[in-house]
Design a protein. Structure first.
Length: 288
């Protein structure tokens, strides 16, 4: 059985020591990998891999401090993984900071080559774009320490106040669970949706909700930052995965991304990145 994706307190240490490049395109992967992979040919800009990223999701993509605003200076597993892939391709990496709701629309509109930003692989997204999985993940329901509302299953959310991030798989799942509640004659879930993860979590801080339904990645990171205040009431089976999305009808991107991920997993680059951000490398086993 795969262990849950865990992010430990040491991830918070030393972030100020991370060296990042100056503005413009990002060319350094932060690794010493010697992997070389035939690059894709259907790029929107020759010589550059353009990546749309929602930079607000520690430890996957974030800024090291409030003073850093250049997207090409972002850090985290996803953006550093993208740098390693771009380096393997012999390309520069251009990161575009993009709002969550605009990620797939910008991709399909040709504003970026890939979207590598902790997005679940879902049937809804696969209807308009293709994806290569790179990390196993799952959902959890976070509650205040002590679990005062005794939330231990999804059915326990019936009648409860729950905050989520809108526009993603969690919104779809909470709607499905809400229907299960009402079909069973139980009270509906009082869900509150927010476009930003930080706003979603803030609702439990101020006491407006009983729980937050989010990814294990985001919840682990939050509980590290606020130790002793929250716990996981319910954890769904780890059957989901994050994927790198790209436009349909671009087999060159699929081939190149799959080859690069496999090679960077094989030489330990991605495992090193996972450990850097205190994640168990076993979550990379979805890379085939």
């Amino acid at each position: 059985m795969k262990r849950p994706l865990m992010v430990m307190p040491s991830v918070l240490l030393g972030l100020a020591l991370v060296l990042v490049g100056c503005g413009g395109t990002s060319t350094s992967s932060g690794t010493s990998s010697k992997v070389s992979v035939t690059p894709p040919t259907s790029l929107i800009k020759s010589g550059t891999l353009t990546d749309c990223v929602d930079i607000e999701y520690s430890p996957m993509e974030f800024f090291s401090s409030a003073s850093v605003t250049d997207p090409n200076q972002a850090i985290g597993f996803d953006v550093e993984g993208a740098r390693a892939v771009a380096k393997a391709f012999g390309l520069q990496l251009q990161i575009k900071n993009t709002g969550f709701d605009a990620l797939i629309p910008d991709l399909t509109a040709g504003r970026c080559d890939i979207v590598w930003t902790a997005l679940f692989v879902s049937q809804k997204r696969l209807a308009v774009a293709d994806a290569v999985p790179y990390m196993a993940t799952g959902h959890v329901v976070m509650v205040p320490k002590g679990n005062p509302k005794n939330i231990k299953t999804l059915d326990d959310l019936c009648g409860k106040k729950v905050s989520i991030q809108t526009g993603g798989v969690v919104e779809q799942r909470i709607n499905e669970q809400n229907k299960a509640c009402t079909d069973a004659g139980k009270p509906a879930i009082q869900s509150a949706g927010y476009p930003k993860v930080a706003d979603e979590f803030q609702q439990i801080v101020v006491g407006r909700v009983d729980a937050v339904w989010e990814t294990d990645t985001a919840v682990s990171d939050w509980m590290i930052k606020y130790p002793g205040k929250y716990e996981v009431g319910y954890a769904a089976p780890k059957t989901d995965s994050y994927g790198i999305y790209f436009q349909k009808n671009k087999p060159d991107l699929q081939t190149a991304l799959s080859a690069a991920l496999k090679a960077l997993k094989g030489d330990g680059t991605l495992s090193t990145l996972a450990r850097k951000y205190q994640m168990d490398p076993v979550v990379l086993d979805v890379i085939k």
